[in-house]
Design a protein around this ligand. Structure first.
Ligand code: PRP
Ligand code: URA
Length: 205
């Protein structure tokens, strides 16, 4: 269920994102570009329904996405990745789940949840740049399922092997899409080599 999206342009933008020398503007710009590129792979196997379309010459078969899409970024850093998805999927509804990771225990704490009502019949894309211990993404997926979501996929920028294993153990039904699978977590549960703190780098805090 793990899809590592390997693409030369993504690799190049990810290098900008990782670099200590990239400031807030370069970081934001590169994250936005990657989100737009990742969106194609994350949505690749979504079902479409045939519809009739009339060109200037004749009627022919066209397609529309069968189910509505709901984007759910995990606050804060998920917002940075969500905007690119929303550009490619402008009709998508958006929900928010707010979680922060305790600096000592590394356990996620929930502080906000606002989700659209039609989760059950929709394709839900849960979005967060970092899958470190996996606790935040797994708790967010719990909240989505509790609220009725049945078709969920998780999109992140960088995953640690530990986070992938933890997330898959709790949510074996949810595919993970990532632009990179890094080496490991360090003693502070940061992804190595990673990019540092995604929220701080995106929001310039
Ligand atoms: C970061 C990141 C994830 C979480 C990943 O958020 O955006 O949500 O850490 O870590 P985990 O897999 O170990 O749970 P953070 O808690 O730093 O909050 P922020 O986005 O508000 O900065
Ligand atoms: N959250 C981050 O922002 N970065 C990490 O490496 C781990 C968790």
């Amino acid at each position: 269920m793990l899809h590592v999206i390997d693409h030369p342009v993504i690799r190049e933008r990810l290098t900008v994102i990782r670099s200590l020398d990239s400031g807030t503007a370069a970081f934001r710009h590169a994250l936005h570009d990657i989100a737009r590129l990742m969106c194609f792979e994350v949505t690749r196997n979504m079902a479409t329904t045939a519809i009739e379309v009339e060109t200037p010459l004749k009627k022919t078969e066209g397609h529309r996405l069968t189910r509505p899409i709901i984007l759910v970024p995990i606050l804060r850093a998920g917002v940075g990745l969500m905007n690119g998805f929303a550009e490619i999927l402008p009709e998508a509804a958006v929900g928010y789940i707010g979680l922060y990771r305790d600096e000592e225990t590394h356990q996620p704490h929930s502080y906000y949840c606002k989700l659209p009502a039609h989760l059950a019949g929709s394709e839900v894309i849960l979005i967060d740049p970092m899958l470190a211990t996996g606790g935040s993404a797994a708790d967010a997926a719990d909240e989505l399922k509790k609220a009725g979501a049945t078709a969920i996929r998780f999109a992140c920028l960088i995953a640690a092997p530990e986070g992938v294993a933890a997330f898959e153990a709790r949510h074996p039904d949810i595919p993970i899409f990532t632009a990179a699978l890094d080496e490991k977590l360090n003693e502070n549960a940061y992804i190595v080599p990673g990019l540092g703190d995604a929220g701080d780098r995106y929001f310039g805090t």
